[in-house]
Design a protein around this ligand. Structure first.
Ligand code: HEC
Ligand code: HEC
Length: 519
């Protein structure tokens, strides 16, 4: 999607704008307060209304990324002069006072966490009229009055007079619909005032400082667990340090910082084992659990799930999360305030206790041939977690099932955007075993791809499931084509004497020239 006003946009500003959420508003410095920015800088174009608020700014609520996107637009499109620090201060202020309650953001967290999913919009009108240019999540992560949903439609047409064509919406009266009945429908579906927000807006941010146990999984690398120490700098602003152990035996440390928006939206920025990562986590209402994803700043398809727990007895994660009958496996239960009494249930025998600390119980477990397969609940003291017991791999799925990677580099300004796949095993009855090491290969997706030899040109799939797209620009070896490709990503694992296979669809597209905080 290209539109005229972005053509002149320096890419560096974009990068700053999207990476800025984890930087704390500078406390104590001579920066003006958010109120001062609103009253002096924003109010020049957004006059006070009769109800005392600022026109346009008052009648909408959104995620921190949503606010960052709006404020970026004010700077880029409308020439608002704001320092980066003023922008962060005003985004924090607006996200805290006009944010989303946890249950309002819940259905669309994948967009905030930058997970690749094919969306399943629950409203086909909104999907066709609006979500052909950008995600449905971008819309579902906003709350507005009908008047504000209507003004948003006007912004779109004003900014992109060709919006109707770009959205391939000439088969219907697009403008009449989006400026006519749609705003009322959106206001009923995603209203400014909601009971969820009414209850949440008085919620006080928990103090998240202290020691946490973390656990998660990074596709292409494996499970990890470890500790995170959190120090509070100022209200909602923290300094972090990590010590992680990976299932492959390696370990790494990290240092970072985070800001908590709207009482639960944790946005972190950490240098972890030599990689710069962004964390998008949500804190539970009691402040004893964080959950979400972190990803590489410059390649957000590469990242890891993360759960952190602290305080009372709780399990952050199991590695592995499934045991095979007839085998002996090393099992790590990572958590907080863990007792010593691990209870695994019938058929699972602890052969050896390798180590027990309040943060991790590590044991060697044998699953007897007669152990019941399925999901069972295991416990350590009062802390519980699900564990899968299975007999054999029945199917293999490649996740994500559909993915877009992007050409890049080759001397051009935009780096390639790789894709990371994980081979996820399932037992009979769709029982999820979890990620397994697999043998990877690439094929052509269809006849056209076969004809154009896409698999030869699109890029390279590494043994860990990471697909690195080829260089951007024309390729003289391919008549009239650059390296775009339509590929089938295949994974194989051995189960007994049989091979089990799974596949995913990967499109190698041109560069992403313009990026937004919520795509
Ligand atoms: C130079 C004029 C100008 C200044 C200064 C300005 N804005 Fe805007 N603002 C606009 C215009 C024009 C629009 C309508 C077009 C659009 O949405 O981009 C707008 C729209 C908005 C909207 C509605 C966006 C939507 O998605 O519907 C919000 C919210 C907003 N501005 C917030 C702010 C904040 C906060 C500031 C100060 C940090 C600010 N603006 C400063 C010109 C300005
Ligand atoms: C022609 C393509 C196109 C269509 C169709 C389209 N959008 Fe957008 N929309 C955009 C682009 C591009 C932006 C990004 C502006 C920016 O980067 O700030 C945007 C921004 C937005 C935003 C974020 C605004 C903010 O600052 O908070 C929302 C919400 C939104 N669109 C909702 C909708 C809705 C609702 C519809 C259907 C009525 C719709 N869009 C249809 C292209 C489109």
């Amino acid at each position: 999607m290209k539109h005229k006003s972005w053509r002149f946009m320096p890419l560096a500003i974009l990068a700053l704008a999207s990476a800025g959420l984890a930087s704390a508003p500078s406390a104590g410095a001579k920066e003006p307060s958010a109120e001062a920015v609103l009253n002096t800088k924003c109010s020049t174009c957004h006059p006070r209304t009769t109800t005392g608020g600022l026109f346009r700014i008052d009648e909408q609520r959104k995620s921190p990324e949503g606010w960052a996107m709006t404020v970026r637009r004010m700077r880029q499109w409308h020439g608002l002069l704001l320092t980066d620090s003023e922008a962060r201060t005003v985004v924090k202020h607006l996200a805290d006072r006009q944010g989303l309650a946890p249950e309002e953001a819940a259905p669309f967290r994948y967009a905030l966490e930058r997970r690749t999913v094919v969306e399943t919009p629950d409203d086909s009108d909104v999907a066709t009229l609006c979500a052909r240019c950008h995600s449905y999540a971008r819309i579902g992560l906003q709350r507005r009055t009908a008047a504000e949903w209507r003004r948003l439609a006007h912004m779109h047409l004003g900014q992109w007079p060709t919006a109707e064509y770009q959205a391939t919406a000439r088969d219907r009266k697009w403008w009449e619909m989006v400026s006519g009945p749609l705003p009322e429908k959106l206001a009923a579906k995603w209203p400014l005032d909601s009971t969820a927000w009414k209850a949440w807006k008085t919620h006080r941010s928990p103090n998240l400082s202290g020691g946490w146990t973390v656990a998660g999984h990074r596709p292409g690398k494996g499970d990890y667990w470890g500790r995170m120490e959190v120090k509070r700098n100022a209200a909602d602003s923290y300094q972090l340090s990590y010590r992680l152990t990976w299932a492959d035996g390696t370990s790494e440390t990290g240092e970072g910082r985070s800001v908590v928006y709207t009482g639960f939206e944790w946005r972190g920025s950490t240098m972890l084992g030599g990689e710069q990562v962004s964390e998008v986590l949500q804190a539970s209402a009691d402040g004893n659990r964080l959950e979400g994803r972190w990803y590489l700043d410059d390649q957000d398809a590469i990242g890891a799930s993360m759960v952190a727990v602290r305080g009372k007895e709780a399990i952050a994660g199991l590695s592995p999360a499934a045991l095979k009958v007839g085998e002996t496996t090393r099992l790590v239960v990572a958590g907080s305030a863990l007792a010593k009494d691990l209870s695994l249930g019938d058929g699972l025998v602890v052969e050896k206790v390798i180590a027990t600390t309040p943060e991790a119980v590590t044991v060697l477990v044998s699953a007897s041939a007669g152990a019941a397969t399925g999901t069972r609940e295991i416990s350590v003291g009062k802390a519980k977690a699900p564990l899968v017991v299975y007999d054999r791999i029945a199917t293999l799925k490649v996740e994500p099932e559909t993915m877009v990677a992007r050409l890049g580099g080759n001397g051009g300004p935009v780096p390639p955007a790789p894709a990371q796949f994980d081979a996820v095993a399932y037992a009979a009855d769709n029982l999820r075993i979890g990620p397994v090491p697999a043998k990877w290969s690439v094929g052509n997706f269809d006849e056209t791809a076969e004809h154009d030899q896409d698999a030869k040109f699109g890029g390279v799939l590494r043994p860990d499931g990471l697909f690195m797209p080829a260089g951007a620009g024309p390729n003289p070896a391919r008549k009239n084509l650059n390296n775009i490709a339509n590929l089938l990503i295949k994974a194989q694992v051995a189960e007994g004497s049989a091979m089990v296979e799974g596949s995913a669809h990967l499109v190698i597209a041109p560069q992403r020239w313009n990026d937004a905080e919520i795509r």
